[in-house]
Ligand binder design. Sequence first.
Ligand SMILES: Cc1cc2nc3c(=O)[nH]c(=O)nc-3n(C[C@H](O)[C@H](O)[C@H](O)COP(=O)(O)O)c2cc1C
Length: 196
Amino acid sequence: MSDTPPRLLAFAGSLREASYNRRLIPVLADGAESAGATVTLVELRDYPLPVYDGDIEAAGMPENVRRLQALMAAHEGLLVSTPEYNGSIPALVKNTLDWISRPMEDGRSGTTLFAGKVAGIVSASPGPLGGLRSLLVLRDALAKLGLLVVPRQVAVGSAAERLPERGVLDDARLREAVHAVGASVAGWATGVRRKD
Ligand SMILES: Cc1cc2nc3c(=O)[nH]c(=O)nc-3n(C[C@H](O)[C@H](O)[C@H](O)COP(=O)(O)O)c2cc1C
């Protein structure tokens, strides 16, 4: 255990300005901060990456991969809000994770940036199920990278009505549930904090 607040990296798996998942991220971050974590919010559109291509990597790792790897190294956990595309996670989310997992400048595997860290996942969709199926896929993808994904998760359906603006979730029960996901990650990140 450590007295230092756990540092969590938060991002939405959508690039569009009016994204419901971008609107949901501050709610998730609030929950983590209220439980003592420090949260860094990042926008993936500030880290544009090509679709993974080994030839691009061989020619020289994109600078944005190095920037994302450095961010991941500086945090003990992840908070992710993902859209659902055809029952799965968007290519953006998988592509970002795949690039980060590639070897670092010192030759170590990028997967060591994830291993033993903690993640909390939520989703938002205008549909009735809120992107629930994408959470199953994301949970599995993060677990395969060695992250502990906390058991709580929330899928916010009817997002057009419930998420009218950034950080506003117009449903008290769901808001509390999303906060609880963030708080749970903060708790677990404190308990399993890595020393290296
Ligand atoms: C290619 C594509 C596939 C989609 N498939 C699903 C789906 O399987 N389930 C669902 O609830 N919504 C689906 N949607 C609708 C998204 O939930 C909706 O576009 C949502 O606003 C995306 O998240 P964002 O608002 O954070 O960008 C799909 C949208 C796209 C573009």
